[in-house]
Design a protein around this ligand. Structure first.
Ligand code: BGC
Length: 539
């Protein structure tokens, strides 16, 4: 029935032949909606950031290690390493699996519903964590909350990329990154404020506060529309037209809405022809089909998305955010390492808005290429100063300054860039799963790095100290070549045009690519390729 209706509507769609008119004009409402959805980043940031400080809080250690503060010697008053590692990494394990499942849920129940479900699951996990006085319950709570964060972090990117107008899509997804940075900063501020309390409020306040973010996001999203591309995927074109008209602020039957819808439908039909859909496992297998030697095949896109997120983690940014405090402590000459750590989170927040502008004006590709180079230079300077003059006060100040400049480069390029590109490179039939797989890769590498870096850096283990920046610097050099050889320029194109561009162009030439026809024309929703070329010609 739905399909029949969809078919009728498809007949009446007005196919766009003009490649510049495949999307209705941008409205303030669209901006506000995306800005709100970006709020999900606060979860991501706060949740990964708060645990660091909490595990160093005296009351928390006393409670979870069952210690008597009056009789326990100072050097025994610590949270055991294996518990630290378990409590920190279990969240990423939850998010890894959560984001994988989320792709399926988003295709089945909808993008918006999946995010709201993520908020509910997350609140359940946070309640357990807040109530906990034992490691077992804390770990269970973090695992469950991790599932929720996985849902939210994977699907927000998908949802935003699908409803954002193409001209500001990069800026809007960067807004999500901005919220991640705010979350990280808020977490370190809240930890800073409650760390010395002599009651369970010290750790319960930062933990419980997270419920607020979930309530705001989940509650607010209930008022926002579902993604029109989800309805197209389901064959419910009437609903797709309805939400598109809400997002674009144009009447449902207006030419602009009809043309945008026709293009989304035609692209989906084209993709479905290229990738026939089978059962559940078959549709998962679709993500890995195609030639390894063709940059636009599904398998290559999945490799691009997952490796881009891996490279983002390899920049070493979370070394600064997860272990910055202890690293600065080891340098010895710093009075308040906690404060320095907080400053790095503030630099992160203040730098990110530059990317709102740069993503659209300069483009994704140059930002990723030059950002990697900037990070390489800063990290090698930190490493060289560290090994030559590590204990000198001036040298340490120089190291801290270059770490801050490094954070500036990350926050304006790879931080937002990886998320922006991941939201854009997949065709609709595998988009939800592709974004989910890429997000899962981010969490997987996040987790691996969180587990191995203390072993590389700590004095009683690998004892790399500042030399670890040689490793991050070399990995950033890899990021430079990676971006140069593999990343396409996607700015200013609709998601459907990105799909075409990846078919017709190469990374190095992608910024020059211009659409010459629309999917609607190509699919015969109108036999209009000729007139499209005419329009191009005249233009
Ligand atoms: C990364 C996180 C990181 C954050 C820092 C995000 O894009 O995925 O792992 O902690 O940026 O701002």
């Amino acid at each position: 029935m739905a399909e029949e209706k969809g078919h009728e509507r498809k007949q009446s769609l007005q196919a766009p032949t003009d490649t510049t008119r495949v999307e209705a004009p941008v409205t303030v409402k669209a901006y506000l909606m995306c800005a709100f959805a970006a709020f999900g980043g606060i979860f991501f940031g706060f949740d990964s950031g708060y645990i660091n400080g909490v595990m160093a809080m005296p009351y928390f250690i006393q409670e979870f290690e069952h210690l008597d503060p009056d009789t326990t010697p100072k050097d025994k008053f610590v949270f055991a390493s294996w518990k630290k590692s378990l409590v920190t990494s279990i969240l990423s394990a939850g998010t890894f699996f959560g984001s994988l499942i989320a792709g399926d849920l988003a295709d089945y129940f909808g993008r918006r519903t999946t995010i709201v479900a993520g908020c509910v699951v997350f609140i359940g996990g946070v309640v357990l964590q807040t109530a906990s006085t034992e490691v077992g319950m804390l770990v269970a709570g973090r695992l469950i909350a991790g599932f929720g964060v996985g849902f939210v972090s994977a699907i927000i990117i998908l949802y935003m990329s699908e409803i954002a107008p193409r001209k500001v899509r990069g800026a809007i997804v960067s807004g999500y990154q901005f919220c991640i940075t705010i979350g990280l900063m808020l977490a370190s501020c809240v930890d800073y404020a409650t760390q010395d309390r002599d009651d369970s409020g010290s750790y319960r306040i930062p933990i419980a506060l997270q419920m607020l973010w979930a309530l705001i996001l989940g509650g607010g999203l209930l008022l926002l529309p579902e993604s029109p591309r989800y309805f197209v995927k389901k064959g419910e074109l009437d609903k797709a037209a309805h939400v598109l008209s809400r997002v674009r602020g144009q009447p449902k039957d207006s030419e602009l809405i009809q043309q945008e819808l026709a293009e989304i439908v035609a692209n989906h039909e084209y993709e479905m022809q290229v990738i026939p859909q089978g059962g559940y496992f078959d549709s998962w297998l679709n993500c890995f089909r195609g030639s390894l030697f063709k940059a636009n095949s599904n398998v290559r896109r999945v490799i691009l998305g997952t490796s881009l997120q891996m490279m983002q983690q390899w920049t070493g940014v979370n070394f600064v955010f997860y272990f910055g405090t202890t690293f600065f402590q080891q340098l010895g000459t710093i009075d308040d390492p906690f404060l320095i750590s907080m400053i790095t989170t503030i630099v992160n927040v203040l730098s990110t808005p530059f990317s709102f502008y740069a993503m659209e004006k300069i483009g994704r590709r140059p930002l990723l290429i030059w950002g990697a180079l900037g990070m390489v230079i800063c990290q090698f300077i930190v490493a060289i100063v560290g090994v030559t003059d590590g204990q000198d006060k001036k040298a340490v100040s120089a190291m801290i300054s270059f770490i801050c400049i490094y954070i500036f480069f990350f926050a304006t390029t790879w931080g937002p860039g990886a998320w922006v590109v991941v939201g854009e490179i997949y065709p609709l039939p595998i988009r939800a799963r592709g974004v989910a797989l890429s997000t899962a890769s981010n969490w997987l590498w996040n987790c691996v790095i969180a587990i191995i870096t203390p072993y590389m850096v700590d004095g009683d283990k690998g004892n790399l100290g500042a030399r670890v920046f040689f490793i991050w610097g070399s990995l950033c050099a890899l990021c430079f070549f990676y971006a140069y050889f593999l990343v396409f320029e996607t700015k200013g194109l609709t998601l459907e045009q990105v799909d075409k561009m990846m078919e017709e162009s190469t990374p190095a030439k992608s910024s020059k690519w211009k659409p010459s026809t629309t999917f609607a024309a190509q699919m015969g929703l109108a036999d209009a390729k000729e007139s499209a070329e005419e329009v191009e010609h005249v233009a």
